[in-house]
Design a protein around this ligand. Structure first.
Ligand code: ZN
Length: 473
């Protein structure tokens, strides 16, 4: 039996089936072929008791007892910015940072590159620029903008993992926001395709009534981006999803006010999911110094009390997933020298750090690594229609993150793989060191990229050899 595997991993701590257990993992052809408990000595080397004495004996990787084997993380909210703005980030640098941070799959947002991914032609251009550069697997979101409703089904057919739209100014002229009727129309088009619409939910109408003159004060920036902008837009998304039966997903939720609304809509059967991001779970408005524009993002980081309510939202499973919203730019665009919150780029760079940032805060609140794996691997994979990703289970890709969860380090922004050494976590002490990352059963080599470009609902070949589609939410 053991001869069927190319590799066997044995570890005292494996996150599988929603819990942590001592396991053996048999890998064949880059996929997980079997997972078995290690507490049974007779089965210590394989599901049938022994790796066999014949030729073809697999390699065995014994994991240090202080290291936990997690599924490779899946980050469905990354702005790679290539082609067109490759000086901000790019497929090579972003996927190296991802791999170093334990992420084995990322999904690229459809804006901040040129062209924006709003047609099959633009998707082709993006795929061509990514090919051969990616250290981890990469999927692509398609964009919904005014006037491209006819392009959605063809982009779905071409394999985007889902769609994204804005209800407020995106900051990119070639990615304008949609109005209420266009939001509803897009959900109607996407419903029969069984693919989600991710929504940047801030109200353009309410934002237009607020003036912010800029400057270094964080309190002024926060006051110009009140929770109501999110609350209003999320209510609109809920009603559009209710009316159409379409599947909507709220990206980067910051306003905890919206949690009861989301919970009640879901109880009523509205197909709605929501994510938050490491910065909303770790940073607080009280601690962001005036002029500290590395922490500028939209919606903004809010007060400490809001942060605790977001943690409660994760505990209550109203928030489904945690993804980075890695949104990089050059140091100049971040206005670090002037510290002007009005003109600085709104976006936080944290791709390589998202796991230790979340784990540092999660463990202090009594959450487990199984919780973290659910938020940062299993649920994002499900959102993006990638059933072969995000879990340690037979049939899934053999993607793993090897984490030393009790080890700490001090962040040195200059040593991250991000293109620019700008992150609000510079100098922070974080817990959880990624010791290694495996992609399809082999350690990721940052100099030899072998990441694949993914399409929705591809990838899982369980024991029966049948492709299983992701169950709907
Ligand atoms: Zn984003």
């Amino acid at each position: 039996m053991g001869g069927e595997f190319d590799l066997v991993i044995r570890a005292a701590r494996v996150i599988t089936g929603g819990t942590e257990a001592a396991c053996g993992i048999g890998i064949a052809g880059g996929r997980i072929a079997a997972v078995w408990p290690l507490d049974d000595a007779a089965r210590a080397d394989g599901p049938d008791g022994g790796l066999g004495e014949t030729a073809g004996r697999p390699a065995v990787l014994d994991i240090d007892p202080d290291v936990v084997v997690l599924p490779g993380l899946v980050d469905t909210h990354v702005h790679v910015c290539e082609p067109g703005n490759t000086e901000w980030e790019g497929f090579a640098s972003a996927t190296r940072a991802a791999a170093a941070g334990g992420i084995t799959t990322l999904a690229d947002m459809p804006l901040d590159s040129v062209p924006a991914t709003v047609s099959t032609r633009a998707l082709d251009i993006k795929r061509r620029s990514a090919r051969g550069q990616c250290a981890v697997d990469v999927g692509f979101w398609g964009g919904v903008i005014p006037g491209n409703a006819g392009a959605l089904a063809p982009m779905h057919e071409a394999g985007v993992v889902g769609f994204k739209c804005f209800l407020a100014d995106s900051g990119s002229a070639d990615f304008p926001p949609v109005g209420s009727r266009q939001l509803t129309a897009a959900l109607r088009v996407l419903r029969p395709l069984d693919t989600p619409l991710l929504v940047h939910a801030e109200s353009a109408e309410a934002a237009a009534a607020i003036t912010h003159r800029g400057g270094r004060g964080y309190a002024d920036y926060l006051a110009a981006h009140p929770r109501g902008l999110e609350n209003l837009a999320i209510a609109q998304v809920i009603e559009a999803a209710r009316a159409t039966g379409g599947q909507a997903h709220i990206v980067h939720l910051s306003s905890s006010d919206a949690l009861p609304m989301i919970a009640s809509a879901r109880r009523e059967g509205v197909r709605l999911t929501a994510e938050t991001c490491p910065h909303y779970l770790a940073l607080t408005a009280e601690e962001i110094a005036d002029g500290a524009t590395a922490a500028k993002c939209s919606p903004p980081v809010r007060e400490a009390a809001n942060r605790e309510l977001l943690w409660a939202g994760l505990r209550d499973q109203i928030l489904d997933l945690v993804v980075s919203d890695h949104s990089p730019c050059t140091a100049t665009m971040k206005e670090l020298s002037t510290g002007d919150f009005g003109t600085a780029w709104g976006g936080i760079s944290s791709l390589q750090l998202s796991l230790p940032v979340v784990w540092t805060e999660a463990r202090r609140r009594g959450f487990s690594l199984a919780d973290v794996a659910r938020w940062m691997a299993e649920r994002p994979a499900r959102l993006a229609g990638l059933p072969g990703k995000g879990r340690i289970a037979p049939g899934c890709d053999a993607d793993f993150c090897l984490l030393a969860p009790d080890e700490s380090f001090v962040v040195d922004a200059g040593r991250l793989h991000h293109r620019h050494p700008v992150t609000p976590y510079d100098g922070h002490t974080l817990t959880g060191v990624v010791r290694g990352t495996l992609l399809r059963g082999r350690p990721v080599d940052l100099e030899r990229p072998r990441g694949r470009l993914l399409t929705r609902a591809a990838g899982l070949m369980p024991a029966g050899g049948r492709t299983v589609r992701c169950e709907s939410w």
